[in-house]
Design a binder for this molecule. Structure first.
Ligand code: PNS
Length: 160
């Protein structure tokens, strides 16, 4: 049984993340989509909200489980009995940071392999930050995020 962990902040999950999830779900027997609790950035959605949205949009894939984790990614991967950590790569700008993380993680846990998956070309520019900025400015985000995320973003940003 080949298990992979796909970690991220997912604040919120975008069409680009879903593209990677779809590819990874086809590749592994089990995929754990894991929301990291200890990111340095001030989050827009709580961990619980992010997990809830991910569970809703990942429901079509029976092999996908959504969870949250705290602490070291490689320790969490071992807890999940995952042999692989999946990371999405967009443009070259992602590479340096991801390369550093992958090498550090390999040093910490040589038994856990990091595997990079390219997002499809149409999502190359897409990020959670960009989606939040467009939503804040009242722009169209329906092709950038799944419907439950669009709804939540609109609700959150609606003037009170
Ligand atoms: O979507 P992001 O913000 O790039 O995701 C970041 C995440 C959660 C994957 C990253 O912060 C992470 O791996 N956190 C776990 C902490 C850890 O293991 N640090 C050591 C890595 S060298």
């Amino acid at each position: 049984m080949l298990t992979a962990v796909y970690p991220g902040s997912f604040d919120p999950v975008t069409a680009g993340h879903l593209d990677v999830i779809a590819r990874a779900a086809r590749t592994f027997d089990e995929l754990v989509v894991a929301v990291g609790k200890n990111g340095g950035k001030a989050p827009f959605f709580t961990v619980e909200e992010r997990v809830e949205m991910l569970r809703e949009v990942c429901a079509p894939w029976p092999c996908v489980r959504v969870d949250a984790f705290e602490g070291m990614l490689v320790e969490y991967a071992r807890e999940c009995k995952a042999q692989v950590v999946v990371k999405g790569l967009r443009a070259v700008s992602d590479f340096e940071y991801e390369f550093q993380m992958a090498l550090a993680n390999r040093r910490l846990a040589p038994d856990v392999e990091t595997l990079f998956m390219m997002t499809s070309a149409e999502h190359l520019y897409l990020s959670s930050s960009l989606v939040k900025e467009i939503a804040r400015l009242g722009g169209e985000i329906s092709s950038l995020v799944p419907p439950p995320v669009e709804r939540r973003l609109r609700d959150r940003l609606r003037p009170q």
